[in-house]
Each structure stands twice: as structure tokens, then as C-alpha cells.
Write a protein that binds this ligand. Structure first.
Ligand code: ZN
Length: 186
């Protein structure tokens, strides 16, 4: 199956920006040549990363050395320029890497899918297959890449917004009440 470099690399990066590690919506994603093509950089996966558009604009004309300088200045808490700066006084040690009950970032495919599920009230897909189809349909309606569906399913599970027992899906969507599907077939 032929994939575009941006889709392939975004998948390989776990859906996150290469630099700031924040979930990256495809609309905000852009391909960045680590060694710029004007500096002889190759147009292949080894030299390409996917990152936030604004960062790409900033890095675009820099040499690799200048880019590294920008990256190293961030000292392990890289924020892309378009993102609102994190509060300076926030001690980094107390920031959990995975918040227990995070909210999906507005506008991301994940947020779109979560919003769609929340709108369904209690009539939510009961099985993993049905949920996967629902996610795919939602993505297609939003003109997003339906192949993201499986990755979004993984994110829903890792955020504990859904749990799966014997192919039966229970929901605990962010900002919504927990909905546990009762297995009526027993
Ligand atoms: Zn970024």
C-alpha cells in the first residue's frame, strides 16, 4: 500500500511532532528536511521528520547546526513556537508525562472522535469492530485519513477513555460520565 511520506512518518512518530512530542493533527503537520535540500539534504525518510508547521517555517532555512542550536536551547522541554508557552514557574519534575485524565487537544482527530462519541449519548458502539468503523466514518466525514482509526483506538485505550473486556467496549470519555455497556447477550 502506497503511503505519503507525511502519513508514514507521522505514524512512525506515534502521531506526535518530532520535536515537541505533542500530538500532531495532520492539518498542522509538515515535512521537515533535517538537512535542508538547499544544503544537499536528501528527500527520503532518513532525512525527513514530521513536525508542527510553524516550527518547520522557523527551521526551514537553517543549517543542521543552527537547528541543533535551537533544539538544544530548549533544554529538554521543547515547545513549538505556535504552542502557547508553558508557565515558566512550573517545575518540570511534577509534570506527569502522561496525565491520568487528559483532555484531547481541540481540533485534533482524537478530539473530533471523542466529541463524536460524546454526542452519541448512551448509544455507543459496543464492540471494538463497531467502534473502529464509527471512528473511520467520523474521520471520513471530517475529510481526515481513515487509516488513523486504529491509532486513535489505541490512544483512546491508553488515555483510559475506553476499556475493552472480551471485545466489549466500556466508555469513560473525558468530560463525560462513565458509560459501562451491559452485556445483554448473557
Ligand atoms: Zn511541535
Amino acid at each position: 500500500m502506497a503511503t505519503k511520506p507525511i502519513d508514514r512518518l507521522l505514524f512512525a512518530q506515534g502521531g506526535d511532532c518530532f520535536f515537541c512530542k505533542q500530538p500532531l493533527a495532520k492539518a498542522e503537520a509538515s515535512l521537515e528536511h533535517l538537512v535542508a535540500q538547499t544544503h544537499g539534504g536528501k528527500d527520503n525518510d532518513e532525512n525527513l521528520v514530521v513536525c508542527c508547521k510553524t516550527l518547520n517555517t522557523l527551521l526551514g532555512r537553517m543549517s543542521l547546526k543552527e537547528k541543533l542550536e535551537v533544539i538544544l536551547k530548549q533544554r529538554g522541554k521543547f515547545h513549538c513556537p505556535a504552542k502557547t508557552a508553558a508557565p515558566e514557574n512550573l517545575p518540570t519534575k511534577t509534570v506527569p508525562t502522561k496525565p491520568v485524565s487528559p483532555q484531547p487537544k481541540p481540533g485534533t482527530p482524537l478530539a473530533i472522535v471523542v466529541d463524536n462519541l460524546k454526542k452519541r449519548g448512551s448509544s455507543l458502539p459496543t464492540s471494538v469492530d463497531k467502534l473502529l468503523n464509527t471512528i473511520k466514518t467520523t474521520l471520513e466525514h471530517q475529510k481526515l485519513d481513515a487509516s488513523l482509526a486504529e491509532k486513535l483506538l489505541v490512544q483512546l485505550r491508553s488515555n483510559k477513555w475506553i476499556s475493552v473486556t472480551a471485545d466489549r467496549v466500556s466508555y469513560s470519555l473525558p468530560g463525560g460520565k462513565a458509560i459501562v455497556q451491559t452485556n445483554t447477550s448473557q
